[in-house]
Ligand binder design. Structure first.
Ligand SMILES: CC(C)(COP(=O)(O)OP(=O)(O)OC[C@H]1O[C@@H](n2cnc3c(N)ncnc32)[C@H](O)[C@@H]1OP(=O)(O)O)[C@@H](O)C(=O)NCCC(=O)NCCS
Length: 322
């Protein structure tokens, strides 16, 4: 597995980014088709429709043609939401990425580069509906090339967005993804996002029972304040107990060697999520610092050379146009 680094988008990346985005959307079509085929209403339609036609016309050929026609219509329904979203994005924010993501502060677009190729992408735009500026930052278009998946690239990119949001003073990072994007669902929960809403993007999505799930990540500075929680207190270390000699001859548990108390984990913070004292380092900001090559799924966060656990690093996430 080749090393990668995350950097800001450049105009020369456009063809990679568009290809990556298209691939990331269209790959869900087969899953969506299988999902539609398994819906009870589809089964009723697929079996009942042609059968009813056969009863009325007495022609098996007509029933067969109707079945094939229905299957083609279902395939179209499976494709439509993804293609629609792709076309809409390519005509809106992604029609001119530099203009959409770099003309104002508070937004950014990153790519992951490996061996001179763009292998990952993610964008972040402020949610405009809020009167208060910098309330919510929306994470958009996260995608990693299929042959580079499972190396922690997406996780690193999401964390880049979180760090950026925090440095820019946003209170929350939000995003929505469909219930069929299983890898993305797992990733967002792993990073510490919480499900906050579920909705249908359009009538077609409702028809094919394909809901979108909204995720929210409350940034640590805002968490305690918004939830009305007191700051988490580090538990006072208890005086160490002396190991008692066993009375029945079983080996006693060895006393734990004295050391610093374990780091208190906030109850609001899932494993791997950013915490109040945590900062991310951008490899491009740190000379000679690159993400460790060849991380497979399941490696610990510490395996990367830049992690949320990297303490007291510069809280820096510049995102000016190149
Ligand atoms: C979703 C996607 C970006 C993940 O990219 P990736 O680089 O493989 O993800 P990572 O290696 O960083 O995985 C990070 C975490 O996500 C979870 N995850 C990612 N893919 C997973 C999978 N296939 N199965 C289970 N968990 C998965 C794991 O918890 C993983 O953490 P771990 O390795 O510590 O266990 C990628 O699959 C993709 O581009 N999909 C197509 C486009 C898409 O659906 N984008 C989402 C837009 S909302």
């Amino acid at each position: 597995m080749a090393p990668y680094h995350i950097r800001k988008y450049r105009e020369s990346d456009r063809k990679w980014v568009v290809a990556l985005f298209s691939e990331g959307m269209t790959e869900h079509i087969p899953t969506a088709f299988r999902h539609i085929l398994k819906l009870p209403r589809t089964l009723v339609l697929l079996l009942g429709g042609p059968f009813a036609l056969f009863l009325v016309s007495g022609s098996w050929v007509l029933a067969l043609v109707a079945s094939l026609g229905l299957l083609a219509a279902l395939k179209f329904l499976a494709k439509y939401p993804w293609i629609q979203f792709k076309v809409m994005s390519l005509h809106t924010d992604m029609s001119d990425i530099s203009e959409s993501y770099f003309s104002e502060s508070g937004s950014c677009f990153w790519v992951a580069e490996s061996e001179g190729q763009v292998v990952g992408m993610v964008g972040a735009l402020p949610v405009k509906k809020h009167a208060v500026r910098k309330e919510q930052l929306e994470l958009l278009h996260l995608s990693v090339a299929s042959e580079h998946r499972g190396q922690g690239i997406a996780k690193a990119m999401v964390r880049a967005v979180l760090q950026f949001a925090r440095a820019q003073g946003y209170r929350e990072v939000v995003l929505s993804t469909s219930a069929l994007q299983y890898s993305a669902l797992a990733l967002y929960q792993r990073v510490g996002f919480q499900k906050t809403d579920q909705f249908f993007f359009s009538m077609i999505h409702r028809l094919v029972a394909l809901p979108f799930i909204q995720f929210t990540y409350r940034l640590p500075s805002a968490q305690g304040f918004r939830a009305g929680l007191r700051p988490h207190r580090r538990p006072t270390p208890r005086p160490e107990r002396r190991a008692r000699p066993s009375r029945v001859g079983c080996p006693t548990r060895r006393p734990t060697p004295a050391g610093p108390p374990p780091r208190a984990l906030s109850p609001l913070r899932p494993r791997g999520a950013l915490g109040p004292g945590d900062t991310l380092l951008f490899p491009e900001d740190q000379p000679g610092l690159k993400a460790a090559p060849g991380r497979g799924r399941g490696d610990s966060d510490q395996a990367q050379s830049w992690t949320p656990g990297a303490k007291r690093a510069r809280a820096h996430c510049a995102c000016e146009p190149n």
